[in-house]
Design a protein around this ligand. Structure first.
Ligand SMILES: NC(=O)c1ccc[n+]([C@@H]2O[C@H](COP(=O)([O-])OP(=O)(O)OC[C@H]3O[C@@H](n4cnc5c(N)ncnc54)[C@H](O)[C@@H]3O)[C@@H](O)[C@H]2O)c1
Ligand SMILES: [Zn+2]
Length: 377
């Protein structure tokens, strides 16, 4: 940081979580003052405040929906990194809207109405905002398929098809100008957060960036939350002696990004003006099938359990999504930790976490009951 004046102060909402805590550590190491606002959501933090919340950060145990607490948290802040959110495939609908959409709107309103001298807001968006990954049709070239119809999925046909001719289309990287329209409640509220922040930035003139993260993993990812984080869910299943449950046929692919790379992307977004006003894909740039992830984990753990593939599916879920990272890389982003190395770091960490329980079985039954998970015929 430059030597003049006081050190910049960053507010990291959700700073006790996976991404927020790694980002807080990075900011501290770069000379920022860090204040964390986190309500220690019980689904994620079953044992209260986790030991990795740095003693060098100020910690406010508060809810993003609490206007007074947010006002207090914003005092003297230069940079806001808004990571707090309700995430994953949880069954609640209203809570997503309340935490993610309302919480974000109220925070932005507070900064504006109180004329707070915030220099930039970086918001955690998600690749979930896309409706389906971009694809290439043998006849029509680059296409943006619609979400796969539930009728097709329930026949056990999981393919992505060209929206013009209906031919099976191959996955290609998805750029930021692809149509959005993710249909899970989570996706809808991540889109709300992104649009609220970017449009507020245009109105107020305060620089903003929305980072569309891909699937993020790494040490500190909750081992209690069975609704989010494929690597964490598969690992807790395996370590508790249960097979990972694979939706669809396991050939769907995801971009898995190590949390340290996501943290560095946030720092970059705060320090360059090249990304201001934009939604920006952040990830590893390398697709991996869900089946491969499960196999990599069971191999690395030395646990030989057959995967549970039951042709169940979650309507609204994408088949393939690999982010096109050109926008971020042009601004200096470069992912550094590959999947194998990242998994090794995660496993080293999870082995220090004591007894691992499986919370997934119960959650899965609930998701079926709430019609979030369906069975293909
Ligand atoms: N992990 C991923 O794969 C991924 C992918 C795309 C986007 N994101 C987004 O990144 C952000 C961080 O995700 P993460 O993976 O670190 O999740 P996480 O659950 O580990 O962390 C989120 C943190 O927010 C806190 N929080 C939740 N509700 C809150 C509330 N009402 N008030 C205050 N704090 C609250 C939680 O206690 C938790 O510490 C989220 O906005 C998420 O939607 C994550
Ligand atoms: Zn076609």
């Amino acid at each position: 940081m430059s030597g003049k004046g006081r050190r910049p102060l960053a507010l990291v909402t959700g700073g006790a979580g996976l991404i927020g805590s790694h980002l807080s550590d990075l900011l501290l190491s770069e000379g920022y003052g860090v204040r964390i606002l986190d309500n220690l959501e019980p689904r994620t933090h079953r044992n209260g405040r986790p030991p990795w919340v740095s003693e060098n950060a100020e910690f406010l145990h508060a809810d993003i929906r609490d206007r007074d607490a947010v006002r207090e948290a914003l005092e003297g802040v230069d940079f806001v990194f808004h990571e707090a959110a309700y995430g994953g495939y949880m069954p609640e609908m209203a809570k997503y809207v309340h935490v993610n959409s309302f919480g974000t709107a109220q925070m932005l309103e507070t900064i504006r109405d109180e004329n707070l001298p915030v220099r930039k807001v970086v918001v955690a968006s998600s690749q979930a905002v896309y409706r389906e990954g971009a694809a290439r049709c043998p006849v029509h070239g680059l296409v943006h398929p619609k979400m796969r119809p539930a009728g097709q999925l329930s026949r056990g046909d999981f393919s992505v098809r060209c929206p013009v001719c209906g031919e099976v289309a191959a996955s290609v990287p998805t750029a930021e100008d692809a149509p959005v329209g993710g249909e899970t409640v989570y996706a809808i509220t991540k889109m709300d957060q992104e649009r609220l922040v970017l449009s507020w930035g245009r109105q107020t003139g305060i620089p903003t960036v929305a980072l569309r993260y891909s699937c993020t993993y790494g040490p500190r990812q909750s081992i209690f939350n069975p609704y989010t984080g494929i690597i964490a869910i598969f690992c807790t299943r395996l370590l508790s002696g249960n097979p990972p449950v694979i939706y669809e046929d396991g050939e769907q692919s995801r971009d898995l990004c190590y949390v340290g790379d996501i943290a560095r992307a946030n720092l970059l977004a705060a320090t360059t003006d090249a990304l201001d006003g934009l939604p920006v894909n952040i990830g590893s740039g390398t697709p991996t099938t869900v089946r491969t992830v499960a196999t990599m984990l069971s191999d690395a753990l030395g646990i030989d359990i057959e995967l549970l593939v039951r042709s169940e599916f979650r309507p609204g879920e994408m088949r393939h999504l690999t982010p096109d990272l050109s926008c971020a890389t042009a601004a200096g982003y470069a992912p550094q930790v590959g999947l194998e190395a990242g998994i090794e770091r995660y496993l080293d960490w999870i082995k220090t976490q004591g007894d691992i329980r499986d919370y997934f079985a119960e959650a899965e039954a609930l998701l079926r009951n709430r019609r979030i998970v369906h069975e293909a015929r």
